[in-house]
Write a protein that binds this ligand. Sequence first.
Ligand code: T5A
Ligand code: NA
Length: 214
Amino acid sequence: LTTMCSNKRGALIVVEGVDRSGKSTQCKKLVEALEQANFPAKLMTFPDRTTLTGKLIDDYLKNKDCKLNDQAIHLLFSANRWENVEKMKSLINCGVTLVIDRYSYSGIAFSAVKKVMNLDWCKQPENGLPKPDLVFLLTISLEEMLTRPGFGNERYENMSFQNNVANMYNSLCSDKDNWVKINAAGSIEEVHKKLVDISLNTIREVESLPLKSL
Ligand code: T5A
Ligand code: NA
């Protein structure tokens, strides 16, 4: 990898939003489009269910007999990101743009709405992780969300919880210059085109700037 390293860094692009807003669909298409435009790109997903912490998280989300309390699962979601830090940094520093399906803001929003832990407490374990250059927040009405397939039996997949998460995302988003809200109710192609255009601008803007930390 080192021999192929570019002297320009890649961008860190995150896609957030409530369940079924289309994050996974858009992340995949975005990586393909960037590669076609000759910008090396790679998809990452959180939670990464393949790692040690990821397996515990998977059991928790599937409501298996999992006794983790709210604080413990919050810290596991964060640890699941920390497990991937070296990999993320080396790819970005080698010129690869990382497109990440959920990141710290999922961790913060989904935990803070439980009211057991305050917002500041929820943000602390994310401090020091690589800071995204761009965060897309896919917004969708609850009515529109209901028309989409895939609402399963995982924990958090209920309307009132998702509504609270949407409000929490909105408050995290306000006054942040690297956040872009995208109306995700448009067609897959319409949403995709917006993401590609904005991402290409960001990739060019940050290629000579250092990667920051949260
Ligand atoms: N979580 C996660 C935490 O609590 N803390 C954390 O730190 C993290 C990282 C993980 C759960 O864990 C929580 C949040 C979640 O509850 P997940 O594995 O990310 O969840 O969730 P998934 O179930 O995989 O994905 P989502 O439900 O969030 O869906 P997506 O990815 O937003 O939507 P997508 O792309 O799969 O699309 C859903 C359906 O809609 C269609 C698609 O074809 C698909 O059928 N669709 C569209 N239809 C019409 N128009 C469009 N524009 C469409 N775009 C997609
Ligand atoms: Na998804």
